[in-house]
Design a protein around this ligand. Structure first.
Ligand SMILES: Cc1cc2nc3c(=O)[nH]c(=O)nc-3n(C[C@H](O)[C@H](O)[C@H](O)COP(=O)(O)OP(=O)(O)OC[C@H]3O[C@@H](n4cnc5c(N)ncnc54)[C@H](O)[C@@H]3O)c2cc1C
Length: 419
């Protein structure tokens, strides 16, 4: 029996794939969207704590890691935040900006976002088939593709791979897309690691006893030689497994990639980021009759302050003018440069994104068409681009889905007759 052929197949009905389908459909090329998941949009539904942080009010290439910043910029600028707001307004979803700059639907429900996208797909004439898992994509002699999986086979003149990375595999994104792209001639970055994920620490580390305590802190990843490889400031949360909160999650990709290269790399915490070594030493010297604990209580929760004094070997009740130089030094080191024994991350099941993937160098940036397999397009998390927490990963999915969907729809279209 002949395998049915469609002009455009999109594999993956996540944020990027749905955006590509809506864009292509509006351009006059309705796509068949295939997704392996029984329940569509699982990742959109759980995102932002069930509220879906759709984007951020300021997005630049510097909010991302992975491929080069200029390459990321080329894609982002094609579909800016204002377009995202307009796009969702068109679909009936009003976004509100919170103090942090994050944008959420006014309903505070990610279901609003998913349902609007699915409505948009239908209105654009596209069709979503699921569960329709794709296990292989083969390039045919005539330049089309044959997609195969347990649900059957389908051929398509153009294919958009929007299969995501490896984060939250139970949502349907288990890295199969990376293998399929590899099979079509692409390279995957040498390392693919969970991003935006909590960091586990050694069982004896004091932070595990402080579960629930959150502070503003600065984290640095340093190489074995002490060279600073990454530095970030923000809210840090101590948990029963180690460190979480936005700043720990943001730095998790950097820590893993550093340790993979240099096992002596370390995570260094400053619990008083407003201080330098000199300013803190000066404050400690001038404490007079005040205790260390009383000083620390101004900036840190008392349980954390006591634990840090313990690490420094200084009694919390020690009075300022009795502190010897060595004790002040130990306090400054502990408070500003504490190397925390990170053992790993909570892994893919807890990761919000994927660091690594198909490098942007392997696609044409104006179209996101593959440089190795013409007619194949890539968008979303399958590409080697990961954003920090705050709506940046969705903005990447919207922008890259738009670029891929538009280009896939326009490919092979006869040039318009001059008017
Ligand atoms: C818990 C959590 C919370 C998050 N919160 C936010 C947030 O608030 N804001 C933000 O910006 N980002 C957030 N993110 C990140 C964001 O969800 C992702 O970056 C984004 O969804 C990626 O979109 P994508 O379409 O590229 O990939 P995915 O959403 O992973 O979609 C890929 C799709 O491909 C399908 N698929 C995979 N393999 C196959 C196959 N073999 N055959 C057929 N179909 C297949 C999958 O079923 C899936 O539907 C969060 C992520 C998680 C895990």
């Amino acid at each position: 029996m002949a395998v049915p052929r469609v002009p455009l197949a999109i594999v993956g009905a996540g944020a990027a794939g749905l955006m590509a389908a809506i864009t292509a459909g509006r351009e006059g090329t309705p796509a068949v969207v295939l997704d392996g998941a029984k329940v569509l949009g699982a990742k959109i539904l759980v995102s932002g704590g069930g509220r879906c942080n759709v984007t951020h009010d300021v997005v630049t290439e510097h909010d991302y890691a992975g491929s080069s910043a200029p390459a990321v910029r080329r894609v982002l600028r094609r579909f800016k935040v204002a377009r995202t707001i307009e796009f969702f307004a068109d679909l009936g979803v009003t976004l509100k900006r919170e103090e942090t700059g994050k944008l959420f639907p006014t309903t505070d429900s990610s279901r609003t976002v998913l349902e609007a996208l699915l409505r948009g797909v239908r209105a654009a004439g596209a069709e979503v088939r699921h569960p329709w898992r794709i296990e292989a994509v083969a390039l045919l002699d005539d330049g089309a593709f044959r997609l195969s999986g347990p649900a059957g086979q389908i051929e398509a003149s153009r294919v958009v791979l929007a299969m995501g990375g490896r984060s939250l595999p139970r949502s349907g994104s288990d890295g199969a897309g990376l293998e399929i792209a590899r099979g079509l001639g692409h390279h995957v970055t040498p390392r693919v690691v969970p991003a935006l994920v909590g960091l586990t620490v050694a069982p004896e580390c004091f932070v595990r006893e402080l579960s629930g305590i959150a502070v503003e802190a600065r984290l640095e990843v340093r190489g074995g030689t002490g060279r600073r490889l990454a530095r970030m400031e923000g809210s840090l949360l101590c948990t029963h497994f180690g460190l979480s909160g936005p700043v720990a999650m943001d730095i998790s990709r950097h820590w893993q990639l550093a340790v993979a290269e240099d096992p002596a790399a370390a995570l260094v915490v400053s619990w008083l980021p407003e201080h330098t070594g000199e300013s803190l030493d000066a404050v400690l010297r001038d404490l007079g009759a005040a205790s260390v604990q009383a000083f620390l209580a101004r900036s840190l929760p008392s349980r954390l302050a006591r634990a840090l004094c313990d690490v420094a070997g200084v009694a919390p009740s020690a009075i300022g003018h009795t502190l010897r130089r060595e004790a002040r030094r130990a306090l400054v080191r502990t408070l500003l440069e504490l190397s925390v024994p990170v053992t790993g991350t909570r892994g893919w099941n807890h990761a919000e994104a994927t660091a690594g993937g198909i490098p942007l160098a392997e696609v044409h940036l104006d179209t996101l068409e593959s440089r190795v397999a013409p007619g194949l397009y890539l968008c979303g998390e399958i590409l080697d681009v990961d954003g920090r927490i705050g709506g940046f990963n969705f903005q990447w999915a919207w922008a890259s889905g738009y670029v891929a969907g538009l280009a896939a729809a326009r490919r092979d279209r006869p040039p318009e007759a001059p008017r």
